[in-house]
Design a protein around this ligand. Structure first.
Ligand code: ATP
Ligand code: MG
Length: 387
């Protein structure tokens, strides 16, 4: 056991007025679920969460990085609420070089000095021990913060570690992510998770045109998403027969447009059946032929009840890659694989497909029968949260 305490600050939850306690409880529940198997105490005091009485500090720090709703956290030294202990603990954190500043927050108004007096006093003592130091209250190299709490404990820390931000997962319902093996869709899923949404995923494969490796890759990506979320239901649906029928009956430039309409219809059926309240894709406007406004209109028009969320719609590829690196999905996404979209790929896809033309062509296919058949062969893979 060490004598440290982890102080957790939350960001936007803070603004939630009367609903704040709901968000706080959810965040605490998510922290407990992430730290399952580790011994510690957790307590909410005021608008902070404190983790105490633990030994595995590095492991806890690593896991906190993945919890949405945490704005920042600090590893604090804890001491008793008296001058001698505060001096000793502050000195143990002080550096001997650079410029510095002392901040004091005194929530316990019975403490005999004001926060300004504490800051000046401790600053002076540190300066007299390390005469090379310079006080700089505007732009210091390092800061020591002294938090004198109502519970007669004092928490003293130097660094503020940035958390994942966002809202606690579970506060925004649940959605079905169309997950390919590419760069974009895992980022789209994690961004929705960041806003508090629980994720289920749907992947279409074209076995035997696409290999089992492609499926394995999607499982790895779903595992990455689950680090930020809960366990994930991954639905895998064969698209092969649908693609063969489209290939046989529809002019090749409409291949992708048609395929995306099938994907969306099937996605809505799966979402409704499993009480998921929206469909999420990794589309970004103008990125490829199917992501023009006409392409999006065409795939939107087959979804009857649910909203389709496209969190990447206004991002450049380079910005999406930045997120993919930040969320650690990039390296997995760039492993070689064949996506079902690349099977029977047309040389010149329709960039501005007209909806009437598409509907006209689509009527040549037995849509319901093809979809029922695909749904009959659905496979459910349960992805256990891996962090
Ligand atoms: P990604 O990098 O996510 O694969 P992309 O740039 O390759 O995206 P498209 O192939 O046009 O773009 O796909 C657009 C979106 O359609 C994807 O972000 C994803 O949400 C969905 N999608 C594409 N292929 C599949 C698939 N095989 N299974 C499930 N969803 C898919
Ligand atoms: Mg793709």
């Amino acid at each position: 056991m060490n004598n440290n305490t982890i102080l957790i600050r939350y960001g936007e939850i803070f603004l939630k007025g009367n609903n704040r306690s709901y968000f706080e409880s959810l965040l605490i529940k998510n922290i407990k679920s992430a730290l399952n198997g580790i011994n510690y105490d957790i307590e909410k005091v005021g608008s902070r969460i404190y983790i105490d009485n633990y030994t595995e500090e590095d492991e806890i720090k690593e896991k906190l990085k993945f919890i949405f709703g945490i704005h920042s956290y600090s590893i604090c030294k804890k001491c008793e609420s008296n001058e001698e202990d505060i001096i000793k603990t502050s000195l143990s954190l002080a550096k001997s070089e650079g410029s510095f500043k002392i901040i004091c927050n005194r929530a316990d108004k019975t403490y005999p000095q004001t926060s300004l007096e504490v800051a000046k006093n401790i600053g002076g003592i540190i300066l007299s021990k390390y005469p090379n130091l310079i006080v700089d209250i505007h732009n210091p190299d390092w800061t020591i913060t002294i938090d004198i709490r109502e519970n007669k404990k004092v928490y003293i820390f130097k660094d503020i570690i940035t958390g994942a931000g966002g809202m606690p997962v579970g506060c925004s319902g649940s959605g079905l992510l169309l997950l390919s093996g590419g760069i974009d869709s895992p980022v789209a899923g994690i961004l929705m998770t960041k806003r508090g949404m629980k994720i289920s995923a749907l992947h279409f494969h074209s076995y035997p045109y696409t290999s089992n490796m492609a499926k394995e890759k999607v499982i790895s990506l779903a595992e990455k998403i689950s680090s930020y979320s809960y366990d994930i239901n991954l639905y895998v649906v064969p698209l092969t027969k649908i693609q063969e029928e489209i290939h046989k009956n529809i002019p090749e430039e409409y291949m992708i447009t048609m395929m995306r309409r099938f994907m969306m219809r099937i996605a809505e059926k799966i979402a409704l059946k499993n009480s998921l309240s929206c469909i999420i894709t990794g589309e970004s406007l103008a990125q490829v032929a199917s992501q023009t406004i006409e392409g999006i209109t065409s795939s939107n028009s087959v979804v009857k009840y649910l909203p389709i969320l496209r969190p990447l719609i206004g991002l450049d590829k380079s910005e999406i890659i930045e997120y993919a690196n930040k969320f650690d999905t990039f390296e997995t996404s760039i492993l070689p694989y064949e996506d079902c979209c690349t099977v029977f790929l047309p040389k010149k896809p329709a960039i501005h497909p007209k909806l009437e033309k598409i509907v006209d062509l689509e009527n040549k296919l037995n849509i319901n029968e093809l979809e029922d058949d695909a749904l009959k062969n659905i496979e459910l893979i349960y992805i256990k949260k891996n962090m």
